[in-house]
Design a binder for this molecule. Structure first.
Ligand code: SF4
Ligand code: SF4
Length: 438
């Protein structure tokens, strides 16, 4: 496929010249070529099966959205700079050098049309982790100053504030407001606690009910918990942008704050956002087993129900469940949400594609924040909408606030009268008040 067929949209940050940009990208690519990445880049057999997994390809039929094709800059850089035959290929002129124009052309493919959902990874017969390699590509793009402007803006904010949306110093006031609005105490900056509770950016702005509902449940079971200015935002903005250094800083702030206050657990909000970074990547950054347990809200609810620490009034009816990619496919939490729904007395009618093979909401990996990707995202939403309608279920439930926002935006654009409900909020609404903590 010629690069001329690609979408022309790209943004640039900074004033560096093309040579400097390219050099920065190549150094990042080469630095990320560990043995696993090299093996994956060597082993693609061009079977094209991954195309049938990607919602961007499925919804458009456009070959440029084939997952393996999104890795082309990385593959080219590997062949020319780091493969065993790199010197020979260079001498023989068999590996064309990457150009800044190549990177600009591929910006749309690695940012606008990849949610890093990992569905292609599960289908690849060679076990190639395409989503992980897209992330490595984004790392190089970030170093080159070739990131969608919307994401670059959030990155700068997060570097300054420790959050892409909320300055840390505003946290006490925000929590006081949420507390007053919903009538539930929310502790902030306690010097000691067992559980450090974190929030998704949206929970501090518009989805405050989710945060208040988490507080209600934690208070009811008598947990010793707090939120804390030192680490409160469960964000993966760094991974989304390719700013790995920022992501490490954000994730470390959660774990280090938990250690500082003596907490044994970091509770991640109902969001896929930080799950991968905090649950899986953090151990690599620390170079050892994490000093605290990191769990997602759904796991916490599941454990409270299993231990009899909360009881729920039956909700009844039927629901279908949207599996958030980062929590279920890449996080392995497929059964927990279904056990919580069962405890609510809800009949689950599965989507045609669910669990490990569920279709992404279309907004992950920063796509929902990347405004210029909205038309493509709306096309992807149609796939999800069709599957949801086919279930005939009364409710649509998910356990990720970001998926919920994406699905609600898609429904609004499609004039589809269907709201996505939060599993956490359903649990809080059905909570029986007289069960006390163990
Ligand atoms: S990770 Fe998801 S969005 Fe990205 S190429 Fe693979 S299937 Fe498509
Ligand atoms: S499914 Fe795997 S081996 Fe086949 S084209 Fe895609 S990345 Fe390559």
């Amino acid at each position: 496929m010629s690069t001329a067929a690609l979408h022309p949209a790209f943004d640039r940050q900074g004033e560096q010249n093309d040579e400097t940009r390219l050099d920065a990208a190549l150094r990042s690519f080469v630095g990320d070529f560990g043995p696993t990445a090299a093996l994956h880049l060597e082993s693609c057999v061009r079977c094209g099966l991954c195309a049938q997994a990607c919602h961007f390809h499925l919804s458009t039929g456009d070959a440029k959205y084939t997952p393996a094709y999104k890795l082309e800059p990385l593959r080219r850089a590997y062949q020319r700079e780091a493969s065993p035959f790199a010197p020979l290929l260079r001498v023989l002129g068999l590996a064309r050098k990457l150009t800044v124009e190549d990177l600009e052309q591929w910006q749309e493919l690695v940012y606008d049309s990849c949610t890093m959902c990992g569905r292609c990874t599960t289908i690849c017969p060679m076990g190639i982790d395409i989503a992980e390699l897209v992330r490595a590509t984004r790392h190089g793009m970030f170093k080159a100053g070739l990131v969608p402007d919307r994401l670059a803006l959030m990155d700068r904010t997060a570097r300054q504030w420790g959050s892409p949306a909320t300055p840390a110093e505003d946290l006490p006031d925000i929590l006081a407001e949420v507390s007053a609005e919903h009538g539930v105490p929310i502790p902030c900056d306690l010097p000691a606690a067992d559980i450090l509770v974190t929030a998704a950016p949206a929970e501090l702005v518009e989805h405050t009910k989710a945060l208040a509902d988490a507080a209600r449940i934690l208070n009811q079971v008598g947990a010793r918990w707090t939120m804390h200015q030192g680490g409160f935002d469960a964000s993966n903005i760094g991974f989304n942008n390719g700013d790995v250094e920022l992501q490490e800083r954000l994730t470390r702030s959660l774990i280090d704050t938990a250690v500082k206050i003596g907490a044994h657990t970091v509770l991640l909000p109902e969001c896929g956002h930080a799950y991968g970074a905090a649950r899986w990547e953090a151990a690599r950054w620390y170079g050892e087993t994490l000093p605290v347990r990191v769990i997602h809200m759904t796991e916490y609810l599941d454990e409270l129900i299993a231990a009899g620490r909360i009881k729920l009034r039956p909700l009844g009816g039927s629901a279908t469940f949207h599996d958030p990619c980062q929590i279920v496919r890449r996080g392995g939490l497929e059964a927990a949400a279904r056990r919580v729904l069962a405890a609510l007395g809800v009949e689950v009618i599965e989507l045609r594609d669910h669990g490990l093979t569920g279709l992404c909401c279309g907004g992950g990996g920063g796509v929902v924040s990347n405004q210029r990707a909205a038309p493509l995202r709306h096309r992807v939403f149609e796939l999800k909408k069709q599957q949801i309608e086919a279930t005939g279920a009364q409710r649509l439930v998910t356990s990720c606030g970001q998926c919920r926002i994406t699905l609600d935006m898609g429904a609004k654009h499609a004039h589809w009268d269907r709201a996505t409900e939060s599993l956490l909020e359903l649990v809080a609404d059905q909570l029986v008040d007289d069960v006390q903590g163990a």
